[in-house]
Design a protein around this ligand. Sequence first.
Ligand code: HEM
Length: 226
Amino acid sequence: AAAATEMAPAARGEGGGKPFVDEMRAVAMRLHTKDQAREGEKEPQAPPVARWEPTVEGYLRFLVDSKLVFQTLEDIVDRAAVPWCDAEFRNTGLERSEPLKKDLEWFTEQGHTIPEPTAAGTAYASYLEELSEKDPQAFICHFYNVYFAHTAGGRMIGKKVAEKILDKKELEFYKWEGTLSQLLQNVRITLNQVASSWSREEKDHCLEETEKSFAYSGDLLRQIFT
Ligand code: HEM
């Protein structure tokens, strides 16, 4: 909440100020720990990624839960359950449930048993369903953070984990068709367009949801090393 209220009121004029995605990014970056990202402001409570001791079992739980969360986001957008989440938000190229399906098939071929989603995954999925029905601005916050976090820190984590326990196998989860930076830029433009119709209160409400997004995604990530 503090993050949103600290913003200079002068930058809040109609149509003025910076693009809304820049505001979303600024709030997200402040919620990182100092060892996670240069712009992070939080004190770390967990070991830095470099010192994670991942297990295949933990990583599989994370991948299964991630698949559930991405599938849920994609289903919500496909049935246009949230206002504005129609054509523009479909087939952005960032979708991850199909690549994850292929990755889990690969793990099966390697002789691993694919677990059921954990409570962390199902809790996040049902929270997203709930938001899609009654809080579109908050839903958009999760949409942004889940997809963009995965292309930044998520990708870095995937690389480190693969080095430690997968003999550097590069999963489909971390491969995008086309130029990733361009895919991200297209989604930024869509998000800015959508938010341009929001009141300042609605924008702040969206930004205030960022902490929950970090809490839910943090619960998923933690499984990799516990
Ligand atoms: C960006 C690391 C967790 C959301 C980044 C960046 C790094 C990073 C290095 C790029 C910063 C830059 O552009 O200079 C990490 C690490 C994490 C983590 C190591 C956990 C161990 C999260 C979580 C969320 C999140 C849990 C939210 C659910 C974002 C967002 C961006 C970002 C929205 C901006 C991406 C963009 O502008 O394209 N993160 N992050 N991150 N992260 Fe994280």
